[in-house]
Design a protein around this ligand. Structure first.
Ligand code: NAD
Ligand code: TYD
Length: 405
């Protein structure tokens, strides 16, 4: 998945000698990482440790199980990263630990913050303690090189970036319980690097979208609601801005940092296109050929971050470039959800109805129609739409894949 290699060569090599422990590997981004690495058939072995919360599903790893060569290099363990008994023996076998496990939805963190702290803080601490134990075993000659630790973090740790972009030196200013738990987790990781000399790397990924994303998040929620002709609950004025990262680019950048990232290094992983939420929804409805009248403006998320935007120079210097433009990624996502209705219907079962009522019941009752995007005249390049005005960076170019600025 890497697109360029720094001259110093990798810090960690993947291949038959390498065993990765991927926590949260049954979720959206973790399962993409597992599928991509195993499908390359370079001999790398992977153990997934996942609690299988409402957000995780073994179905996300079905392509791996269906392929005997990949299945032979793969093991699934159901367990909690906050449980030292479950974690220790798995870390003891690993050459690297990648921690994707988290409660990942901002709206749920506003309703019930505690699980976010348990997994995001205690869970990270338990993983780091297990890694520290491996340094002691290595010093005693009981194993070879101790494991590299990669913490999957988020741009949300910077809080709302109204203008400009956050570099890796920008102070952390999380504003939701989710973001605060993620910031706390990565501060622990950094502390273990400084205090105990653990080899760690931290990635801060942008808003991610693509196949297998739980339908609670903006793009798959609006996509599946539109397929069901249900209203699309747009928070506030819909002019909040996110920089969208296609899931294979996120997984690929994580692998690149795992292999080449400097010990103790923190890397922003920007997306491939900053858009207002209104622009995202307009593009989605266009692809689905569904009417704008489905969109409802509903009362805003408390503390809603207006904008996320990151500088990607450090990742670019490490040799990584994103490959998938927003237009291409959205098309692939729509195609996948259309072809995998049984998957998303299963994710919209269980506690879904109760969650949906709690999150959206009163909001939708108070909702109102939203002015449709202003259509610009049809030009030689086809129809252009202005869905919600341009922001600090102005309009975004079709097919543009900056992958770092
Ligand atoms: P997800 O909710 O789809 O998956 C999370 C996975 O972790 C699930 O399989 C769940 O069962 C598992 N899990 C939760 N608590 C656990 C625990 N205590 N022990 C073991 N497993 C547990 O999330 P995602 O969107 O794939 O996000 C993965 C990581 O990437 C998270 O750390 C998230 O903070 C980060 N991230 C996500 C985005 C995004 O836009 N989705 C962007 C940047 C960073
Ligand atoms: P989300 O996918 O929850 O990601 P994050 O909060 O981590 O950025 O939301 C993306 C944007 O979409 C965010 O500005 C909130 C907005 N949003 C809505 O307007 N309505 C919704 O129902 C959801 C889930 C999100």
């Amino acid at each position: 998945m890497s697109t360029g290699e720094p001259s110093g060569g990798p810090v960690l090599r993947l291949g038959p000698e390498t065993h990765l422990l991927v926590t949260g590997g049954a979720g959206f981004i973790g399962s993409c990482f597992v599928r991509e690495v195993l499908a390359r058939r370079d001999g790398t072995r992977i153990t997934v440790l996942d609690k299988l919360t409402y957000a995780g599903s073994e179905e996300n790893l079905a392509p791996v199980r269906a392929d005997p060569e990949q299945a032979a290099r793969f093991r699934f363990v159901r367990g909690d990263i906050a449980d030292p008994e479950a974690v220790r023996p798995l870390v003891a076998e690993a050459d690297a630990v990648l921690n994707f496990a988290a409660e990942s939805h901002v709206d749920r963190s506003i309703l019930d913050p505690e699980a976010f702290l348990r997994t995001g803080v205690i869970g990270v601490h338990v993983l780091l303690e297990a890694c520290r134990g491996e340094y002691e075993r290595a010093a005693a000659g009981e194993r070879g090189r101790p494991p590299r630790f990669l913490q999957v973090s988020t741009d949300e740790v910077y809080g709302s970036i109204e203008v400009g972009v956050a570099t890796e030196e920008t102070p952390l200013a999380p504003r939701s319980p989710y973001a605060a738990a993620k910031a706390a987790g990565e501060l622990l990781v950094r502390a273990y690097h400084v205090t105990y000399g653990l080899d760690v790397v931290i990635t801060r990924g942008a808003n991610t979208y693509g196949p297998y994303q739980h339908p609670e998040k903006l793009i798959p929620l609006f996509l599946t609601n539109a397929l069901e002709s249900e209203p699309l609950p747009l928070y506030g004025d819909g002019l909040q801005r996110r920089d969208w990262l296609y899931v294979t680019d996120h997984a690929g950048a994580i692998e690149h940092v795992l292999r080449f990232g400097e010990p103790g290094g923190i890397y922003n992983l920007p997306g491939s296109g900053e858009r207002t939420n209104r622009e995202v929804v307009a593009a989605l409805l266009d692809l689905l050929e569904r009417p704008w009248s489905l969109v409802r403006s509903v009362p805003d998320r408390p503390g809603h971050d207006r904008r996320y935007a990151m500088d990607g120079a450090r990742l670019a210097a490490l040799g990584w470039r994103n490959r998938v433009s927003f237009e291409e990624g959205l098309r692939r996502t729509v195609d996948w959800f259309r072809a995998n209705e049984a998957w998303w219907r299963a994710m919209r079962s269980g506690d879904w109805a109760a969650y949906y009522e709690r999150q959206y019941g009163a909001r939708l009752a108070a909702g109102r129609p939203v002015e449709p995007p202003v259509e610009e005249p049809v030009g030689p390049m086809g129809r252009a739409k202005a869905a919600g005005g341009s922001g600090p960076r102005g309009g975004s170019a079709e097919g543009d894949v900056p992958g770092g600025r």
